[in-house]
Design a protein around this ligand. Structure first.
Ligand code: AMP
Length: 462
């Protein structure tokens, strides 16, 4: 099947071609005919499956053909709104489609003016959109198609009431589409109230990829005290183009970012306490490959679609299984392979097992084999020293040093030695325990749990 089979407007086909989409992804094959047919839909799919284009293409096509005039997409975060708006703009620009993002934290004037001027696709976050409707600023904005994107995220972020209120302002004779990675009870109930006779489509657990993207999932079992060392070793040994390191807490993001920067890594932090303009800067630099490592909390990196993210690291395993799914979905995008690496301490076994069970994550235990060299060992240090002594000094090096008149010679040598030591060290460390050790740790952990439960019961009885 190709995109030509959908009978799309020729200017839209041009947009698809320039975007580099060769063939429709599984979700696109399934939902495009339904949406084109004017039916309501609940689509269960993670980000990375091509779901934006799955709803975007038939919407753009209908606008291009004059079947409808306007559409609204509601997303949980400003970042996602920008991303969706950009993608729809790029796909639809030859068909003359204009898009606008509407979110809080910036002035109202331009947003109101553009909506009232008739921009065809409005991509909005719930808070600001509700505000505009409530203040009577966009009374004439009556979209014929409304999309709720990442509905479960909106639920998690506490937007459910706002969504319901927004729908009170939108005419009933609309087509409504709801996309969500998971469909918990409140989302089902919401779908019952705002959708009419919807079709249900799910690509979760099947081949979800846009083309054939695969995320390899591995985990290392470490001691709590090894966490920083482990992440540094992984950053040094993995072949990383760009990566995201997920932390649980904002202050952990700040601390780890500073730590990595001090070691010379090109890292920056992203979390909700940063000013919106700072967040924009961090994401922009990351998109443009000016930053290689983004250290982030779940919320800050939610729904982020950045190309060429080869690795996702879970510095800590997330509390919630769904977060695990959302986190690892930041890699392996648009048909590329990705790797998701999780660091787990023995205290986190239970969370690991819950994630494996609830989301069926196929995570494999990994270790980096111990090299027989150990730099902390004195004989190795001596051999390193000998190696340094044996190096024949190149003429180029002499010229180079001569040209560095301003640098303190002593300091320079210290830096070179530091680099040599670091290089040597990165080759020798072991990360994680092997399978036998992990199994015996699990046994020990489970025994401890049993003892703890038993003593709890005894205490209660007393
Ligand atoms: P999404 O799930 O909408 O966040 O899309 C994930 C990524 O896949 C985006 O970068 C899209 O541009 C890309 N994409 C969407 N559809 C296709 C397709 N049919 N072929 C290749 N890439 C696609």
């Amino acid at each position: 099947m190709t995109f030509n089979d959908f009978n799309f407007h020729k200017e839209l086909l041009k947009g698809i071609k320039i975007a580099g989409f060769k063939e429709p992804s599984p979700i696109q094959k399934m939902v495009i005919p339904i949406i084109s047919n004017g039916e309501d839909l609940v689509g269960q799919a993670h980000t990375g499956t091509g779901k934006t284009a799955a709803f975007g293409l038939p919407i753009i096509n209908k606008i291009a053909n004059g079947e409808i005039e306007r559409a609204l997409v509601i997303t949980p975060t400003r970042e996602l709104a920008t991303q969706v708006s950009d993608e729809l703009y790029h796909l639809g620009r030859f068909a003359g489609i204009r898009t606008i993002t509407v979110y809080g934290g910036v002035g109202y004037g331009r947003q109101i003016a553009l909506i009232n001027k008739g921009v065809q696709i409005v991509v909005a976050t719930p808070g600001r959109l509700k505000d505009l409707y409530k203040k009577g600023k966009i009374d004439d904005f009556n979209p014929e198609i409304v999309v709720l994107d990442e509905a479960d995220e909106m639920l998690d972020m506490g937007f459910l009431e706002e969504i319901k209120e927004i729908f009170e302002y939108i005419p009933q004779n609309r087509q409504t589409l709801l996309f969500s990675a998971t469909i918990p009870e409140p989302i089902k109930a919401l779908a019952d109230t705002i959708l009419s006779n919807p079709q249900f489509i799910s690509v979760v657990g099947q081949d979800e990829s846009t083309t054939n993207n695969v995320i390899e999932q591995i985990y290392y079992v470490i001691n709590e005290s090894q966490r920083d060392e482990a992440i540094v070793k992984l950053l040094e040994t993995e072949k990383i183009k760009k990566c995201i390191v997920f932390c649980r807490m904002k202050r952990e993001v700040d601390r780890l970012t500073e730590y990595l920067k001090a070691l010379g890594f090109n890292a920056s932090g992203l979390h909700g306490d940063l000013e919106q303009s700072e967040r924009d800067e961090v994401i922009k630099a990351y998109r443009r490959n000016q930053t290689q490592i983004m250290v982030a909390t779940d919320v800050a990196a939610r729904g982020l679609d950045v190309k060429q993210v080869t690795h996702v690291f879970n510095y800590h395993i997330p509390f919630d299984p769904q977060s695990y799914v959302h986190r690892i979905g930041r890699t392996g995008r648009a048909g590329k392979r990705g790797k998701a690496i999780t660091l787990v301490s023995t205290e986190e076994f239970r969370e690991l097992q819950r994630i494996q069970k609830e989301v069926g994550a196929n995570m494999k235990l990994a270790t980096i084999q111990m090299n027989d060299k150990d730099v902390t060992n004195e004989s190795n240090f001596l051999s390193l020293e000998q190696r340094v002594r044996d190096i024949k000094i190149d003429d180029l090096a002499i010229d180079f040093i001569d040209s560095m008149e301003d640098m303190d010679y002593h300091e320079f040598v210290e830096r070179v030695v530091t680099i040599l030591l670091k290089e040597n060290q990165s080759k020798v460390a072991q990360i994680g325990y092997d399978l036998d050790t992990v199994n015996s740790m699990i046994d020990e952990y489970q025994d401890e749990q049993k003892v703890a439960q038993k003593s709890n019961r005894n205490r209660k009885r007393r």
